[in-house]
Design a binder for this molecule. Structure first.
Ligand code: DCP
Length: 707
């Protein structure tokens, strides 16, 4: 019998924003929700969906080249602002890649292999990198891409589109073979598995687009590819940025394909090419198989390619890796991925952090306080901006830190992350974050507290603050928006006076559980209770006495009244004036807000569903029998957390966060050893490394090109 070593390794046990340390100095964390989740087996809802993955080319470099057009056409790289050895490269332009410049290099090394390289520093604000310009550039692109179909912003420079509907309409009304002109860009597509028969790629692709007797699913892909080609041209025209794309029947295949022909190209994955594509794909290149799970497949089952997985039955894989992961593996071997494109253009969290490597480590409370204040200021600005622009409010503030103890053999102990309800206003956030830090420090230094506090025998090597549980204010509910001032109130101080109401909203939120959640108030301050951020079913609470977690289960029934009561219990001590208390009492009666915030967090268990491979779908439609596979009745994170027992919830630091809380672009900024640690915890894998380089992009990148 195989032991199910991965059954308990599902990391989605604690809501919160992951603690990550910047590559060198800092990073701004933004969770776009795409992060590599633990494998969750989801059946395909249909084998004729049309999904595109669009990835910007050497993104930061393109942004800098647009700012300084003289850089266009020249080898360019973007470096972290720390000038040690020329700074660490974080983005490398394609012209520089031809010389062998790689992201792993530092500026000095890049200069050696490419003396003409232009190194541009990331913008700096408050003594740390400021990524606003890149984030805004990504938003510009998203606003164009989201014109067609459902759009999911997966990272600062990646987007998924579900083009099924628009492709179906096109096929019904204007199929490619009836179009008089087809956007030339579409003919430059790469169609996997296409036989060239002596013709040029472009001619063969043209024929493929015009093939009137093609499989309907291929025709849908052709329509999708036409739409994507047009969108990419619109992006280029309106923003001057190029991007690459993959068009397939699901997210997994689309993502695999988008990196295959870069830059400024697109790749189509017809159904018939899936098995060949996966057959030789190294297992570790597959998303989520870059870590422990991939290692185990290689070491224990001698699986080196995705195709090698085909030899194992689903039962066998389940026996070895647990029911969900086993089914997921069985599915991916067949190109099955039922993950939906979420309609989401905004991040799930905001964060700001900084690392303090080596001698920069912070050893005094005052230095920690200084940086916490800086980070909170930035976080607050972004929250206000999000509120103004998107009418969204965040509910949970989390402080993460990394630390080591000086002269202490136990120094491997992780600094615990702490959360509390988020109160808007710079000063409030700063105060709460500092309190969270103290709570974490007490726990971290444990019994040595007094001594260490006295002698400063600890050192902080990384700090970050993040705001999560971001919820749109209900449209038409003026009562909630008025809490935060009107559009013209741009300063967070404008919010300061309203902070208690934001707190109110936070506590009323779906994350603020109500009376059945045990709050751990170690001190009569708001910041000293641990992570209230608990969905009523699936959210564990931090236990202030240790790293372990406990699952908070609140009954849905009567939630509103419980919330109201416990909100009062909770807020009572922090209401500073009678006026505030009266105002608070008044707001208690706002049932529309209560209703809104209390909804939508039930633990769902979809019915078991039948899974078919793409091939089986084809087979079944042609009358062949299909071997059924029962999916587990689970719903991603929900089941993970709902069904996990106390033991399962004990986790190390990385596992204390939901894997989908990590921004992949942030992950890539981390020092290699930290990346390895995170990856080992979540088995994530960014895009498969099967990029074919070397295609000319002169057309787009030459200094004169403008369309
Ligand atoms: N990034 C970063 N630190 C890293 C990796 C990436 O800050 N370690 C930033 C810079 C990149 C952007 O994220 O421009 C997007 O990352 P990608 O991995 O998509 O890489 P690029 O867009 O730079 O290049 P490619 O064309 O290969 O996708």
């Amino acid at each position: 019998m195989f032991s199910s070593i991965f059954q308990n390794s599902i990391p989605n046990v604690v809501e919160g924003v992951v603690v990550v340390e910047g590559k060198e100095e800092e990073r701004r964390v933004e969770d776009w929700g795409e992060i590599e989740k633990m494998p969750v087996a989801r059946p395909e809802s249909s084998d004729s969906r049309v999904i595109a993955h669009i990835d910007m080319d050497c993104f930061y470099v393109q942004v800098e080249q647009r700012k300084q057009p003289t850089l266009r056409g020249h080898p360019t790289a973007v470096v972290q602002y720390n000038s040690w050895k020329g700074g660490g490269l974080i983005a490398v332009g394609y012209e520089a890649r031809k010389y062998g410049v790689k992201r792993s290099m530092r500026g000095d090394e890049a200069k050696k292999v490419c003396p003409d390289i232009q190194l541009v520093q990331v913008p700096v604000a408050r003594g740390k990198a400021d990524l606003t310009v890149y984030r805004d550039a990504g938003s510009e692109v998203v606003s164009i891409l989201s014109r067609k179909g459902r759009c999911e912003r997966a990272s600062i420079d990646e987007v998924y589109l579900d083009l099924t509907e628009v492709a179906e309409t096109m096929l019904a009304e204007n199929p490619p073979e009836r179009l008089e002109t087809i956007c030339e860009e579409a003919f430059k597509s790469h169609v996997l598995g296409l036989h060239l028969d002596g013709s040029s790629n472009q001619d063969s692709v043209k024929k493929w687009f015009y093939m009137s007797d093609a499989d309907r699913r291929d025709k849908l892909l052709a329509c999708g590819a036409l739409i994507v080609a047009e969108l990419r041209l619109e992006v280029l025209k309106e923003t001057e940025y190029t991007c690459s794309a993959g068009i397939a029947h699901n997210k997994m295949l689309a993502k695999l394909a988008s990196g295959m022909n870069k830059p400024a190209q697109q790749t189509i994955v017809p159904l018939s090419s899936v098995s060949t594509l996966l057959e030789s794909l190294p297992i570790k290149k597959m998303k989520q198989l870059g870590g422990k799970l991939g290692n185990s497949l290689q070491a224990d089952l001698c699986v080196d390619t995705v195709g090698d997985l085909l030899q194992f039955s689903e039962d066998k894989l389940q026996e070895r890796y647990g029911i969900n992961t086993g089914t997921w593996l069985w599915n991916i071997a067949r190109g099955i991925c039922g993950e939906e494109v979420e309609g989401r253009l905004l991040p799930k969290s905001h964060g700001s952090g900084k690392t303090f490597p080596g001698r920069q480590a912070l050893k005094t409370i005052s230095s920690v306080q200084k940086w916490i204040y800086e980070l909170c200021e930035e976080l607050s600005e972004r929250l206000v901006r999000d509120l103004e622009q998107n009418k969204r409010i965040a509910h949970t503030l989390t402080l993460h830190a990394s630390a080591h103890k000086l002269n202490d053999s136990e120094s491997l102990k992780k600094f615990p992350s702490k959360s509390c309800p988020l109160r808007y206003g710079i000063a409030k956030i700063q105060e709460d974050a500092l309190n969270l830090f103290h709570a974490g420090l007490r726990e971290y230094i444990g019994i040595h507290h007094a001594k260490m506090k006295q002698h400063n025998e600890w050192a902080i090597t990384g700090l970050s603050v993040s705001a999560s549980k971001i919820v749109a204010t209900p449209s038409g509910t003026h009562s909630i928006t008025k809490y935060f001032g009107n559009k013209n109130q741009t300063s967070s101080s404008a919010l300061e006076s309203n902070d208690i109401h934001t707190q109110d909203a936070a506590y009323l939120s779906s994350s603020g559980i109500g009376s059945s959640v045990e709050l751990h108030l170690s001190e009569p301050q708001i910041a000293n209770y641990e992570d209230e951020a608990s969905d009523k079913h699936d959210m564990p609470c931090f236990n202030p006495d240790g790293d372990e977690t406990e699952v908070c289960k609140a009954s849905e029934k009567g939630l509103a009244s419980k919330v109201t009561q416990s909100k009062m219990d909770f807020l009572g001590p922090v209401l500073k004036s009678e006026k505030q208390k009266r105002k608070f009492e008044k707001e208690k009666g706002n049932s529309s807000i209560l209703k809104y915030f209390a909804s939508g967090n039930s633990c769902s268990f979809p019915e078991p569903r039948h899974v078919k491979t793409f091939q089986e779908r084809g087979a079944s439609s042609s009358g062949m029998s299909v071997q059924g596979n029962q999916q587990q009745p689970m719903s991603g994170t929900t089941l993970s957390t709902c069904n996990l027992g106390q033991d399962d919830l004990r986790s190390d630091t990385w596992r204390s966060y939901k894997s989908d809380e990590i921004d992949p672009s942030v992950l890539k900024e981390l020092p290699p050893e930290i990346q390895a640690e995170v990856r080992a915890s979540f088995q994530p894998q960014k895009r498969a490394n099967i990029v074919k380089r070397g295609s000319s992009i002169d057309h787009y990148f030459s200094p004169t090109a403008n369309s």
